[in-house]
Structures are given as structure tokens and as C-alpha cells.
Design a protein around this ligand. Structure first.
Ligand code: ARG
Length: 244
């Protein structure tokens, strides 16, 4: 798309739309489960890290949980991702294993924790980033979890991404056997997290440039957001829905 297509008014509107979310998500824990490093180029990966650094810079508390690029050492990988984030001017630190005390400490000291779910005592057990994200989200009271990966969202029968779904709608599709593979894993963890009180889970594609920013700062987003029910909107979202 030609970027010059946007007028100054469009650009201003994008910033204005983001304001309520900047306010709502201030100091909130946002977990980014990054389960896709092997499908991104280094440049694309750097762009994802820039988005995460931006969230931090404007007052959110992102936590990154990742899997490992094929053939890479998990622990080095951790360091590599943290370095990419630091390249964007915010502090980040690699953590191995899920240790809540260390997590609190790093957040309190203004670092972005970059977590590989494996620790040295379970080095070879495969742990999905989504599973680790669930444990952390519930324990830390996260505001939302973003599942960033190959899957761009949940699709309807016609192949279109469904923008918003409730817990019941996702559960129904799951019970009907409509999900498989990674999407089945993601929706399973998403449903469990909603049951455990995490307000919003988002499934979004990592290949689309800046999908994180569009998802978080716009009303319509870009992937699928799963919410407990249709009552759980932020006040400004309700106002907007009434106008339309
Ligand atoms: N920006 C809002 C949020 O982060 C709304 C996102 C809506 N996303 C969607 N796929 N419909 O919660």
C-alpha cells in the first residue's frame, strides 16, 4: 500500500484513537508469546522487538516469552532477543525458566523480561511459549496475552479472520473440532486463561508488519481477540459502538 495515501488527518486520527488504550494499558502487564521465530527474517524480528520496546516506552509492562529458532541454543537465543530489544533503547533481560520472583524484580526495575520457558534442569523438555504465557499471565495478573505466530487469527468457514470472539463462541468451535495443530493449542490455552480471569487473549500473525501495534492501539485490531463475553468492553469502546 502506498504510505502517502494517508492524509495528515488520517495520521492524527490514528494517534487519537490510540489514546484511550495508552491510558487503559498504562502499567499493565502485556504478555507477548512469540512462537514464531523460525518464520521471521532477522529484520522482521527486529521490527517485532521495536513494537515491544514501544509498548514499554509508553508505560506498559511487556513480558516476552519465546520459543527457539531451529538449531539455536535456547539460552543464547534469549540473550539475542533481549539485545534486539535493547537496541531500541529500553532495558531487557533474558530469563531462563518461569521464576515469578525474578519476574517481579525485573519489572520493578524497568526491564522487559525475555523468557525462555526452559531452565537448565528441564533443558530438553519442550514447553510451548503459549503454555508458559498462561502460567505467567495468571500468576502476574496480566491485562492481555498476545499469541504472535504463523496463525493470523481464527477464520470463519469462508476463510475470513473473525475479529472478535467470546469464550463461548471459541469453545463451541473447538468442541466442533474446527481447530487443529497450533491453533488448537492456542485456543486451548486461551480458553483456560479466560476461565482464570485474563481479560483478553489475542491471536495475531507475526508476518504482518507491526501487527502488535495495530492490535493494541486500534479498536478493530488485526487478528482475533477472545473475550469472556460481550460485556467486557472498555468504556470508550462502548461509546464508539453506540455511535456506529
Ligand atoms: N486495541 C484493543 C485491545 O488491545 C482492541 C483490539 C481489538 N482486536 C480485534 N482483533 N478485534 O484490546
Amino acid at each position: 500500500m502506498n504510505k502517502n495515501y494517508y492524509t495528515i488527518e488520517d495520521k492524527a486520527q490514528i494517534l487519537i484513537d490510540s489514546l484511550p488504550y495508552i491510558r487503559d494499558f498504562n502499567q499493565k502487564i502485556i504478555i507477548v508469546s512469540f512462537g514464531c521465530s523460525n518464520i521471521l527474517t532477522d529484520e522482521e524480528e527486529q521490527e517485532v522487538m521495536r513494537d515491544i520496546a514501544l509498548l514499554k516506552s509508553i508505560g506498559m509492562k511487556p513480558i516476552v516469552v519465546h520459543d527457539t529458532k531451529m538449531g539455536h541454543d535456547k539460552f543464547r537465543e534469549n540473550k539475542r532477543i533481549a539485545k534486539m530489544i535493547e537496541f531500541c533503547g529500553v532495558k531487557a533481560v533474558g530469563i531462563c525458566g518461569i521464576d515469578l520472583q525474578t519476574l517481579h524484580m525485573t519489572l520493578d526495575n524497568d526491564y522487559i523480561p525475555v523468557i525462555t520457558p526452559n531452565d537448565i534442569d528441564n533443558e530438553d523438555t519442550p514447553i510451548l511459549p503459549e503454555e508458559a504465557a498462561q502460567t505467567i499471565a495468571v500468576a502476574m495478573g496480566a491485562e492481555k496475552v498476545l499469541f504472535l505466530g504463523r496463525e493470523e487469527g481464527i477464520r470463519d468457514a469462508g476463510g475470513q479472520i473473525i475479529s472478535q470472539m467470546t469464550y463461548d463462541e471459541v469453545k463451541k468451535m473447538k468442541d466442533e473440532g474446527r481447530f487443529e495443530g497450533r491453533l488448537l493449542q492456542k485456543t486451548t490455552y486461551a480458553l483456560q486463561m479466560i476461565e482464570q480471569g485474563v481479560p483478553r487473549i489475542h491471536i495475531l500473525g507475526s508476518r504482518m508488519a507491526h501487527s502488535i501495534l495495530v492490535e493494541i492501539f486500534s479498536i478493530i485490531g488485526v487478528g482475533t481477540v477472545i473475550m469472556p463475553d460481550r460485556e467486557h468492553y472498555y468504556p470508550h469502546e462502548l461509546k464508539r459502538r453506540k455511535i456506529k
